[in-house]
Design a protein around this ligand. Structure first.
Ligand SMILES: Nc1ncnc2c1ncn2[C@@H]1O[C@H](COP(=O)(O)OP(=O)(O)OP(=O)(O)O)[C@@H](O)[C@H]1O
Ligand SMILES: [Mg+2]
Length: 330
């Protein structure tokens, strides 16, 4: 059983300025599945397309972002949802918050800065026709907040009165009141200090354990994935470089880019400086030919410059796109 099936998804930003058109190939041929009751991590350096990917799969793609190709299909129990064809009203009425919640990058964006937290909660109720009784909803919200260990006073605060960590926890609490099948959190711990990060991650774990829903956790921080994710997708320049259970990603990474991300994690007690990878991720308006990682790859070969590597399965649930790794070689 799968919760979400994404096939060959291509989504580009197409802009026009001064008569010059520009295409940013931010999501360029991505296929993956999400299973019920798993924490799925999406990793990769800044600008590799992580936020763009979740905008599309959560039904939040707006111009200049355009979906050119592919499919995004959900199965919620008996119901299936084709995210690329669903109407906005249907999305608002039956899917958003109820089945899919999206905690956007930067928690302030969920909470309205000029409204008390409780009012933001009510705004959500107003868009949900299936909740007829507001008192019942408020009671449900209070219980939910309580269960997550947040003080009841947060509901009467303005967002700016809360610390960054508390704001993020409130945003996550808000997103999970309806116990959605899928919770998408984009960089929920970035910009928080390590101790606060731990609290936010623990809360995500608690929610997942309580409701057995699926969490899609997007962060460039590999240490967070190591702690929370069941499986991890490594994105590079709009494509999947590698996908595997977290243990395989960290213990047996096959793609040179994954190896680089893991090797750059700090190790306690280690004094030597880490060898860093040369260059930076490519401009997605003009990405390199062949394997997009080839200009930075320490193992680059001729074919890497011209041939796009297929994403092949090397083991059960372990996929890699690298010419060094052949499907039949393992
Ligand atoms: N509205 C936009 N118009 C044009 N290009 C955009 C727009 N939003 C993002 N991009 C480009 O799309 C590419 C992917 O961006 P995206 O935000 O998906 O990356 P990301 O992996 O989420 O990065 P980060 O880790 O910094 O959040 C980047 O090259 C970015 O500049
Ligand atoms: Mg992002």
């Amino acid at each position: 059983m799968t919760l979400l099936s994404v096939q060959n998804l291509r989504a580009y930003y197409q802009t026009q300025a001064y008569g010059i058109s520009r295409t940013v190939r931010a999501v360029d041929g991505i296929s993956f599945d999400l299973l019920p009751n798993e924490v799925y991590g999406v990793a990769g350096e800044s600008s590799c397309g992580k936020t763009t990917l979740i905008k599309v799969i959560s039904g939040n793609a707006k111009p200049p972002l355009k979906v050119l190709e592919g499919s995004v299909n959900y199965t919620f129990g008996e119901r299936t949802v084709d995210m690329l064809r669903i109407s906005q009203s249907e999305l608002r009425r039956n899917v958003r918050w109820k089945q899919i919640s999206y905690v956007m990058q930067g928690s302030m964006s969920v909470l309205n800065p000029v409204r008390k937290v409780i009012k933001t909660f009510q705004d959500i109720v107003d868009t949900h026709e299936h909740i007829k009784n507001k008192n019942e909803f408020l009671e449900r919200t209070r219980t939910h907040i309580n269960r997550l260990g947040l003080p009841a006073e947060v509901l009467n605060a303005y967002p700016h009165q809360l610390s960054g960590g508390m704001r993020q926890r409130v945003a996550i609490a808000l997103a999970t009141v309806f116990q959605p099948a899928l919770i998408i959190a984009d960089e929920p711990t970035t910009a928080l200090d390590v101790v606060v990060q731990r609290g936010v991650l623990q809360m995500i774990r608690d929610i997942q354990a309580m409701s057995s829903n699926t969490v899609l956790l997007v962060t460039h921080d590999m240490a967070v994935h190591a702690n929370v994710a069941d499986r991890v997708m490594i994105m590079y320049a709009g494509r999947i470089a590698e996908e595997a259970p977290t243990e395989s990603i960290f213990n047996a990474p096959l793609h040179p880019y994954t190896q680089h991300l893991i090797n750059s994690l700090p190790v306690i007690g280690e004094k030597s400086t880490k060898a860093s990878l040369k260059g930076s991720p490519p401009n997605l308006a003009d990405p390199p030919s062949g394997c997009r990682f080839h200009p930075r790859c320490p193992f680059v070969m001729d074919e890497c410059r011209t041939v796009v590597p297929d994403l092949v399965s090397v083991k059960e649930r372990h996929r890699v796109a690298c010419h060094l790794v052949k499907e039949d070689s393992l």
